[in-house]
Design a protein around this ligand. Structure first.
Ligand code: ATP
Length: 222
């Protein structure tokens, strides 16, 4: 999988389940940064969520495939599924750089996820490996006007007022990007499923059908 596009976006997530907010973010960032492809990278064993037991990896992968079907921009990426142990983004970026030596990498993160970046494994390496695109998250009062680089990488970055973002010495940017997107979270989808409320408008019909067929998140089969 993962052939060689020149400008490669990476949207990582637990995707428990994938929803239309994820897809809207991927598409908006791709349009704004002229990306050839966006990998939907399943974080199979997220180290930051020991308190939450997600749906089985195989089912989250199947839902991602359903969500990405028919959209040439989006590609499901299973690198972290095939790797043993916790899913560290820095390892995945290194692997992607090996697989796609000619590609420029753009890691796409919602501001909520980026707020935790200093707790990730080896945060100093991240802006060396890729551009960091931090999106607003519809419904959240998060400011993406001047996104700072990871603390550990501050010695290697400088703010460039002419472009309005931080530049890493590698040439990569750390930049905030406001999106229109969709106000939805996976927790809200799970909550609605458990209450028997409709979710098609938040997940699309194929993922909603899958959730009910497999009785995920407390769903009863239709
Ligand atoms: P949960 O509600 O379980 O925390 P989530 O909806 O945040 O899940 P994740 O799979 O954890 O989904 O998110 C993956 C990435 O997508 C993160 O960078 C997150 O910030 C981003 N993201 C999630 N929902 C949206 C949204 N509605 N708009 C923009 N970005 C989003």
């Amino acid at each position: 999988m993962c052939a060689d596009p020149l400008r490669l976006g990476i949207l990582g997530g637990t995707f428990d389940p994938v929803h239309l907010g994820h897809l809207a973010s991927a598409r908006e960032v791709a349009a704004a940064f002229d990306l050839d492809r966006v990998l939907l990278l399943l974080s199979a064993r997220p180290p930051h969520r020991p308190d939450h037991t997600p749906a089985p990896i195989e089912q989250r992968m199947e839902m991602l495939a359903l969500a990405a079907a028919g959209d040439a921009l989006l590609q499901v990426c299973d690198l972290e599924v095939r790797r043993q142990g916790p899913s560290y983004t820095v390892d995945t970026l290194r692997e992607l750089a090996r697989i796609h030596p000619a590609a420029e990498l753009f890691l796409i993160l919602g501001a909520d996820a980026y707020a935790e970046i200093d707790t990730w494994s080896r945060p100093r390496e991240l802006p060396r490996l890729c551009n960091l695109i931090v999106t607003s998250r519809p419904g959240c009062a998060c400011d993406v006007a001047a996104v700072p680089p990871p603390v550990a990488a501050r010695g290697e970055t400088r703010y460039d007022p002419s472009v309005g973002c931080h530049l890493h010495e590698s040439g990569h940017v750390v930049v905030g990007h406001p999106i229109h997107g969709l106000e939805v979270s996976a927790s809200e989808v799970r909550r609605r499923v458990a209450l028997g409320l409709p979710i098609e408008h938040l997940t699309g019909p194929a993922v909603a059908r899958f959730i009910h067929q497999h009785q995920l998140y407390g769903a009863s089969a239709h």
